[in-house]
Design a protein. Structure first.
Length: 152
């Protein structure tokens, strides 16, 4: 694991303003304020002993109370989808895919579907933020690499 403390994307932190809904991403903890309020770093609600769990193996295996998207990796893309209310008072505000060197982010709004599609860039962490229940995360599923055969 990369032990670099400055600018390490594996230490991604998110902040959300409760007044205007601004979402801020930082590569580590920071003192951030918005609308005159100091924002606390979002803690991952489903972490176990500080560790982020693997993605559910199927939609049926997913616990809806944990707010984890179904994660599919195919054709060079990561597809995220959730069965979650998307009303004006309760919705998924954003989904993100963070790898060792890139952050992919999709802001969601009420009345949209809770899904996102990102280019697959290797193992990473998926984040989903519910405006009522907080930030949830899982690791991307492992993908079998295609073996190449050289013909002589």
């Amino acid at each position: 694991m990369n032990a670099n403390r400055a600018g390490n994307l594996l230490r991604a932190k998110f902040y959300v303003c409760p007044l205007c809904g601004n979402v801020i991403h930082a590569t580590g903890e920071a003192s951030i304020s918005c609308c005159g309020i100091a924002l606390p770093v979002l803690e991952v609600e489903n972490a176990v002993d500080g560790r982020i769990p693997a993605a559910p193996e199927s939609a049926a295996a997913a616990d809806p109370s944990v707010h984890l998207p179904r994660v599919e990796v195919a054709d060079g893309e990561v597809y995220l989808a959730m069965e979650h209310p998307m009303g004006k008072d309760h919705f998924i505000s954003f989904m993100a895919y963070v790898t060792t060197d890139q952050v992919f982010f999709r802001k969601l709004y009420p009345e949209q579907t809770a899904d996102a599609r990102f280019p697959y860039r290797g193992p990473g962490t998926i984040f989903a933020y519910c405006n009522r229940h907080g930030l949830f995360a899982c690791r991307t599923p492992r993908v079998q690499r295609k073996s190449t055969v050289q013909l002589v």
